[in-house]
Design a protein around this ligand. Structure first.
Ligand SMILES: O=C(CO)COP(=O)(O)O
Length: 124
């Protein structure tokens, strides 16, 4: 079964996540990738050859869709580049998503260095 990874980034962090995906594209290409709507669109625009399943936008239920995948044991890792400097209208969804990752002990990365570590870990 392929490794399953979810990719999510807040607006201020989308460039960083797209850069990270571009740098790691050969390794990610072997995985099943899901993303929240806008993040998925940005990744697909940068790397059209990478297959990314885009869910709803985060504030419109995408974060909760990813949370449901975690609860159903459908993910091996979550890369979630959170913006720590801006108030977010859907803060409760952000908290719920990170909370579920912790509840289910899912490898969770919120920054470039931890994303590198998680990618190494799930490909071991
Ligand atoms: O808001 C998000 C995560 O909380 C991300 O959603 P988008 O990828 O749709 O911008």
């Amino acid at each position: 079964m392929p490794t399953r990874i979810a990719l999510v980034a807040h607006d201020a962090k989308k460039d960083a996540l797209v850069d990270w995906v571009v740098r790691n594209a050969p390794r990610l290409a072997k995985m099943e990738i899901v993303a929240t709507g806008t993040t998925g669109g940005r990744i697909s625009a940068a790397l059209p050859e990478l297959h990314v399943k885009a869910l709803k936008s985060g504030p419109l239920g995408g974060d909760q869709q990813i949370g449901a995948l975690i609860a159903e044991d459908q993910l091996d890792a979550l890369i979630f580049f959170v913006d720590p400097l801006s108030p977010l209208p859907h803060d409760v969804d952000v908290k719920a998503l990170t909370r579920l990752a912790i509840v289910y002990d899912l490898p969770l990365a919120c920054s470039i260095s931890t994303a590198n570590a998680v990618l190494d870990h799930i490909l071991r």
